[in-house]
Design a protein around this ligand. Structure first.
Ligand code: HEC
Length: 105
């Protein structure tokens, strides 16, 4: 009997952890889609027109791969060349969007 209860508790913990991870991911994804995708593309590769006009590199570019998550968050906050600072995001939303962007390669 105790064994059954214990395995149910373990299961409940695993399920809630899994859904917390899911939520975190969907948060970053939603922010990315709303605030970044128009320039960076849905899969992290900008459309050829945007890439040429604004100088956006694909996420797979070695220069982008070199950046840390903190450096990317700083770009989102402060802007860089033709990328204006992205307004209206909390630090957490920036972090989540950057994490999502970094996962797209
Ligand atoms: C209006 C278009 C636009 C939007 C929206 C935009 N970016 Fe950018 N982003 C750019 C451009 C242009 C560059 C290239 C800047 C450069 O290196 O000259 C860039 C560069 C970057 C870089 C790499 C910096 C580098 O060294 O090239 C990161 C990381 C980045 N953007 C993340 C984001 C994230 C995350 C969002 C959403 C929160 C976002 N961007 C929204 C246009 C945009």
């Amino acid at each position: 009997m105790t064994k059954t209860i214990r395995s149910q508790v373990v299961l409940a913990v695993v399920v809630s952890l899994a859904s917390a991870v899911c939520l975190a991911q969907s948060g970053g994804e939603a922010t990315y889609k709303a605030k970044c995708q128009s320039c960076h593309g849905s899969a992290g590769t900008p459309s050829p027109g945007i890439a040429k006009m604004m100088g956006v590199k694909p996420v797979s570019d070695p220069d982008i791969q070199k950046l840390t998550a903190d450096q990317m968050a700083a770009v989102v906050k402060n802007g860089k060349n033709k990328m204006k600072p992205v307004a209206g995001l909390t630090d957490q939303q920036i972090k989540d969007a950057v994490a999502y962007y970094r996962g797209l390669k």
